[in-house]
Design a protein around this ligand. Structure first.
Ligand code: FAD
Length: 563
């Protein structure tokens, strides 16, 4: 028993997997089924959400000095990049989820998990109100938790842009249940279309699949659906094989427009060859049970097309919980919850927000830089000596590494000009406003981060690292430079590293945009996709399940039962 536990841990570590657990860990502490804090000296951390951001935060958090409680309405982590594969049965839903309790089992402390939804964040009283969603619960389903630090990682919800009929008549592709519903819905369409007594037109309508949104999720679903039909359903439903149609509706001029244009045109050409109709520049006005109405933006024409199934995949917006919180803290006018570069919610000292539910407000940088200059300019003259100026720059660069990149790049000239007079002699004093003006380019170059698993996971890891070092920093205020500052400035701001992105296009082909402006497309990229997604699985259990699902699909095809 002991050796099998060790083997599990070893295997997990060797794969860089993000859960490493053994049976022996369960024996170490008695589970605390109470909300009460066991050790009042420990800081209380409440984490909302068990998605990419939440689990990545928990994975590396040193819980020996904190009391952690996690709240989420789902007791599992879902590997969302494989959700489109679940819609057609290429992989099974259970293969891409990992129970949260496997992830939170820790050796050096206890993380308490409550399967419930947070209904309200009461930041003024450091409290969250929660309610269990479990049906037929005996006892009180509501409770509240108090915190010293709150980590909001609740993700986002589907954005319908208030388009009439979307909520009632469309399928979404956001959660595991959504993917399962689509799988059943697709099979239903085929079974309906082959019933006796239908006209050809009715059969065609049942087999018209419309996908709204030409982003990575919509494109991947269209590709999966096309493969499912070509590789499996065509043999099972040969009588309707010529009646199937897939249409993609995109409001922009191209599909995959956040990718390199070589990828976007490769995908458009591939879809054209596959017979997937792509309608660009079209906005959906209404979706009824039977038809979808859209407007061609260039021509101004409105048309209505009958459909069998519509999948809505046009992006995400804030959840009601986050909207309510934004109202409380004066962020009503913001599109999305804003944080500073340390992921701290603007206006709240002890609340952090990460992943899809928040965005870093880059505009804050210039305000902060102005404040640093103001503090350095003690006589209010608007100038600093070169020595003072260099100290300030050093300070700013530690806090904002992106400013360093900027200074090293093409704008360095602007800054050098400030330090020397037109004859090239070093100035005695430097004009602060001139420097701020040169720096304002940094502002305009900042883009908000994409809502992806990569960003969410990196933010979770970054925040746990900051939490782990909090005590060290408090104990070493006069220590090395990295410990010297106080509060948030004791840590480097969050910096995102982009490792590239994939777009599977069906027919064993994929496209990838990799760091260094490297683009790769075709069959070999699909194999790269298989290896990356197998290696990124959160545990050996899901890795084995996913790989065996792919193998099963290669050998036996996909299962078309409607369960
Ligand atoms: P989520 O992962 O959505 O997690 C949110 C968590 O909060 C969940 O556990 C949820 O149950 C919980 N929660 C919700 N409401 C509450 C509440 N009121 N109280 C408490 N908990 C709550 N990104 C990539 O980088 N690569 C890809 O290939 C990719 N493919 C994708 C494919 C699909 C189909 C989808 C939908 C997304 C894909 N993404 C991909 C995006 C990626 O999934 C998200 O960016 C990522 O999930 C964001 O992580 P998160 O932790 O912020 O939110």
């Amino acid at each position: 028993h002991a050796s099998s536990s060790k083997l599990l841990v070893l295997l997990s570590l060797s794969a860089g997997s993000f859960v490493a657990y053994s049976d022996s860990q369960a024996e170490t502490s008695t589970p605390n089924l109470d909300l009460a804090q066991k050790d009042p000296k420990k800081k209380r951390i409440v984490v909302l959400g068990t998605g990419w951001a939440g689990t990545s935060f928990l994975k590396d958090l040193d819980i020996s000095s904190c009391d952690v409680q996690v709240v989420s309405p789902r007791n599992y982590f879902a590997f969302t990049p494989l959700l489109p594969s679940v819609t057609c049965g290429t992989v099974e839903a259970r293969s891409i989820v990992e129970p949260v309790r496997n992830i939170v089992k820790k050796r050096n402390g206890e993380i308490r998990f409550w399967e419930a939804e947070c209904l309200k964040i009461d930041a003024a009283n450091n409290r969250v109100m929660c309610r269990s969603n479990i049906e037929n619960l005996v006892g009180n389903r509501e409770f509240s938790l108090e915190y010293d630090y709150l980590v909001v990682a609740v993700g986002a919800q589907v954005n319908t842009f208030n388009t009439p009929g979307v909520k009632e008549n469309c399928y979404f592709l956001k959660e595991v249940e959504d993917a399962q519903k689509i799988r059943a819905g697709v099979i239903d369409c085929f079974e309906k279309a082959v019933l006796p007594g239908l006209s050809e037109e009715e059969r065609r309508t049942n087999l018209h699949f419309v996908i709204v949104g030409g982003g990575p999720t919509g494109v991947e679903f269209a590709a999966e659906l096309h493969d499912f039909f070509q590789e499996d359903l065509v043999k099972l439903y040969p009588m309707v094989k010529d009646l199937v149609k897939i249409t993609m509706v995109q409001s922009g001029d191209h599909i995959l427009n956040m990718f390199d244009e070589r990828i976007s045109s490769f995908a458009e050409r591939k879809f054209q060859r596959d017979g997937i109709e792509v309608l660009t520049g079209c906005r959906v006005l209404d979706v009824s049970e039977k038809a979808i109405t859209m407007k061609n933006k260039a021509k101004g024409e409105t048309s209505s097309v009958p459909h069998g199934l519509v999948v809505w995949s046009t992006g995400v917006g804030p959840r009601p919980l986050v909207r309510d919180f934004m109202e409380q803290i004066g962020q009503r006018k913001q599109r999305i919850l804003a944080t500073d570069e340390w992921l701290r919610v603007k206006g709240c000292e002890n609340v952090y927000a990460l992943g899809d539910c928040a965005t870093i407000d880059q505009r804050k940088i210039m305000e902060d830089i102005s404040a640093i200059f103001k503090a350095a300019d003690k006589d209010n003259s608007g100038t600093l000596t070169v020595k003072e100026f260099q100290d300030v720059i050093e300070d700013i660069v530690i806090r904002y590494p992106q400013v360093d990149l900027y200074l090293k790049s093409k704008h360095l000239m602007d800054v050098t000009d400030l330090l020397r007079d037109p004859e090239g002699r070093e100035r005695d004093e430097v004009d602060i406003e001139g420097f701020k003006l040169a720096l304002s380019h940094v502002d305009s170059q900042m883009k908000s981060l994409p809502a992806t698993a990569q960003v969410a996971a990196q933010q979770g890891a970054y925040l746990s690292h900051c939490f782990n070092r909090m005590e060290q920093c408090a104990e070493n205020p006069e220590g090395p430079r990295r410990f010297r500052s106080t509060g948030r400035h004791a840590f480097r701001p969050f910096q995102y590293k982009h490792f590239g992105q994939f777009a599977p296009l069906g027919g064993e082909q994929a496209a990838a945009e990799l760091p260094g402006d490297w683009v790769s497309m075709g069959h070999s990229t699909q194999w790269l996709w298989y290896s990356v997604y197998a290696s990124k699985q959160v545990s050996w259990r899901t890795r084995v399940l996913v790989v065996s699902d792919w193998t099963r699909r290669f050998i036996f095809g996909r299962d078309s039962s409607r369960i």
